[in-house]
Design a protein around this ligand. Structure first.
Ligand SMILES: C[S@@+](CC[C@H](N)C(=O)[O-])C[C@H]1O[C@@H](n2cnc3c(N)ncnc32)[C@H](O)[C@@H]1O
Length: 322
């Protein structure tokens, strides 16, 4: 990772600091002074690096987050079919994982599940739902798509989710695929809501981070506007300051249940503060902790104003004329 040489630590010293940091015991790293140092490192040297999009994804990437979403869906007395959208869905792992959980918990639930990604090749793979499994073992397996790891989970989950095809590929089972459709689309497009309608749940994970801050904010507001009042927005893999500011401004309500567990569950967010969107240690004493660390938000039934109303005029213009 390329580091900027701003602030008191000269860039050449950073690898040394990084090595020392990694040897510090976790308990010591979680203390307030170390946390402050970590935040300073993140802000000064990491926040502005590595802005590249990828299709990197995992099945069951954040199990407690998916479990909370499934629980919120199943306890809501809403209309059916339940409308769920994964925006920036990549090759489909996130949406199929949620479908697996929902089918397990309520097999007959009517679900309209849509995956949207800006890259047609990713959508084609998601639609095909066929993956290559490598290194299967009694404790689980790792699925690879075009060389990218997409699954690391239990053998039972693999068995329930996939069938082995004669060509050696592992295909998501029909009962999980039922109700899913896949669409090429841009999350920054304000027309997305007209094309797909309001959703009970919008998953917007791990694609806002690589965007420039202004576009990430506009995009977050756009996907939030797709959530039906009373529905839920899941937003992860994004700059924490930006998310906290925008969701608060939109009047979204943080769902704090299992917040720490969810915050710490995604194995791809290790190595804080040296990697962008890595897992800043959960701090329950942070005055804004619910907005800072929570990833699941509810759009209130009654709002003081529409979510788009607070967009800056220049951002509105940019969305209208991309
Ligand atoms: C890292 S993957 C995340 C996949 C999944 N959401 C997850 O959390 O595991 C990011 C995906 O977002 C897609 N993406 C990036 N910008 C997008 C946009 N403006 N609209 C829709 N998809 C986008 C990329 O093509 C990529 O497939």
């Amino acid at each position: 990772m390329e580091m900027h040489s701003k602030g008191p630590l000269a860039a050449p010293l950073l690898p040394l600091v990084r090595t020392i940091w990694r040897r510090i015991p976790t308990t010591l790293r979680a203390t307030r002074p170390m946390r402050r140092l970590g935040m300073a490192i993140y802000d000064r040297y990491v926040r502005h690096t590595d802005r590249c999009q990828s299709h990197y994804t995992w099945f069951l990437r954040n199990p407690p987050q998916l479990a909370l979403v499934a629980d919120l869906i199943l306890t809501a007395q809403g209309r059916t079919p339940v409308r769920v959208m994964s925006v920036g869905c990549s090759v489909g792992a996130e949406l199929y994982s949620l479908m697996w959980l929902l089918r397990r918990l309520k097999p007959d639930l009517a679900i309209d599940a849509r995956g949207v990604d800006v890259v047609p090749e990713a959508i084609a793979v998601a639609r095909q739902a066929s993956y290559r499994l490598e290194a299967p073992s009694s404790t689980g397996g790792t699925l690879w798509v075009d060389g990218a790891r997409v699954l690391s989970t239990s053998a039972q989950a693999v068995e329930e989710m996939f069938e082995l095809c004669p060509d050696g590929a592992w295909r998501v089972r029909d009962y999980i695929r039922r109700g899913t459709t896949w669409h090429v689309g841009d999350a920054t497009d304000p027309g997305l809501v007209e094309s797909h309608g309001l959703q009970d749940v919008v998953l917007a994970c791990n694609f806002l981070g690589p965007m420039e801050p202004e576009m990430a904010e506009a995009c977050l507001r756009n996907v939030a506007s797709m959530v039906e009042p009373g529905g839920y927005l899941v937003v992860d893999g994004v700059d924490l300051d930006l998310r906290a500011r925008v969701v608060r401004d939109l009047g979204l309500l943080p769902i704090t249940e299992d917040a720490r567990h969810i915050h710490e569950a995604d194995p791809s967010k290790q190595d804080w503060p040296w990697t962008r969107w890595s897992m800043e240690p959960f701090d329950a004493s942070h005055p804004d902790w619910a907005f800072r660390y929570v990833t699941v938000f509810q759009r209130p039934m009654l709002e003081r104003s529409g979510p788009r109303a607070s967009l800056a005029p220049e951002v509105q213009a940019r969305l209208a004329d991309p």
